[in-house]
Design a protein. Structure first.
Length: 345
């Protein structure tokens, strides 16, 4: 039989074809990989450029969903999504602080102060200047809710020095720095490092309208104990933000308004009032019967009742001056009045 053999050199041709086929396949693989990479890039760009088409794991989608859940009262789910949002969102520190602060407030309102404190501290650590004061108050409040009064007091003292006497707190004074009239206004108590002076207690007594009278040692001690106790209760109320209650704030604003008006009238209207002797005489003659008491009006002399007459005359002139002030302000200011909208009640 005749043996069939490959022609000389055919092995080289086959090997060359095999190598070429392998190279072509690798090139095809590279092209396919490049196509996959391009597709992934296009997909990512489509997500970045089309924020309206967000998926369930998108941070903004989580935040919007959390807001919708909060609006309908699903607070636990809303808080969980907000925490997830803070874990994955790429946002600036100010925005993160605001979101963390809102989350902490939500926990505090729902009676979960431990979770609230965690997020208040998170917001504080981000260094937001806009939230600094509010964060200080909320941290004190939360520590008090957690039954940590000493920590709350320390936080309160680091936030603000309470010194209703108008002087720097004792811990703020430098050696040799003496308060005005220190010798005549001694320290009568210390509360958490703050000095309370005799004048401060005296002012408090004046505000209550208590009549000045001699007091025994026991009465003075009881008075001081009550003053300090009220200071401690006030501090606790501050920690729980009762001083920021809307009704309290409103009452303070109304009182401040009336005090400011009274002081203005006292200095600008009454203070500039000149009383001539003839004016007093005329006023006395017109109102002689008022000052006679049980006596006959003809027997009363101005010198006997001058102090009362001058006081009453000044009061009348002050009222007249204040009325003139009101009329002038209403006449010159840009004012519109709608009294019919007040109703009949």
């Amino acid at each position: 039989m005749v043996e069939l053999r490959q022609p000389p050199g055919s092995e080289i041709v086959v090997a060359s074809q095999t190598h070429r086929s392998s190279g072509d396949r690798w090139a095809q693989v590279q092209v396919a990989l490049l196509a996959v990479i391009v597709a992934l890039l296009v997909w990512l760009l489509s997500i970045l450029l089309s924020p309206g088409e967000r998926g369930p794991g998108d941070p903004e989608h989580l935040r919007e969903l959390a807001a919708r859940l909060m609006a309908v009262g699903a607070l636990d789910e809303s808080a969980a999504l907000t925490e997830r949002y803070l874990e994955i969102a790429l946002i600036d520190s100010e925005t993160r602080a605001n979101v963390a602060f809102g989350l902490a407030e939500s926990y505090l309102e729902r009676g979960r102060p431990e979770r609230a404190l965690r997020w208040f501290y998170e917001a504080e650590g981000l260094g937001s200047k806009a939230l600094a004061d509010e964060l200080g108050r909320k941290i004190v409040h939360t520590l008090e809710r957690l039954g940590r009064p000493h920590a709350a007091q320390a936080a309160l003292e680091s936030r603000v020095r309470l010194d209703s006497g108008g002087n720097r707190a004792a811990s703020d004074r430098v050696p040799g720095d003496r308060a005005p009239d220190q010798d005549n206004d001694p320290v009568v108590a210390r509360v958490a490092g703050r000095e309370i002076r005799r004048s401060e207690v005296a002012r408090a007594l004046d505000d209550t309208g208590a009549p000045p009278r001699p007091r025994t040692g026991q009465q003075r001690e009881e008075l001081l104990r009550r003053f300090v106790a009220e200071e401690l209760v006030f501090r606790r109320a501050q920690k729980l933000e009762y001083d920021r209650d809307p009704e309290v704030v409103g009452a303070i604003e109304r009182l401040a308004r009336q005090l400011a008006i009274s002081r203005f009238v006292e200095h600008e209207v009454v203070g500039g009032l000149q009383v001539a002797e003839i004016d007093l005489v005329n006023y006395f003659e017109a109102n002689r019967k008022r000052y006679a008491g049980k006596r006959s009006p003809e027997t009363v002399r101005l010198e006997e009742v001058r102090e009362a007459v001058e006081r009453d005359y000044r009061q009348v002139k002050a009222q007249e001056g204040y009325q003139e002030l009101i009329d002038g302000e209403l006449a010159t200011a840009d004012v519109e009045l709608f009294p019919e909208r007040l109703g009949d009640g």
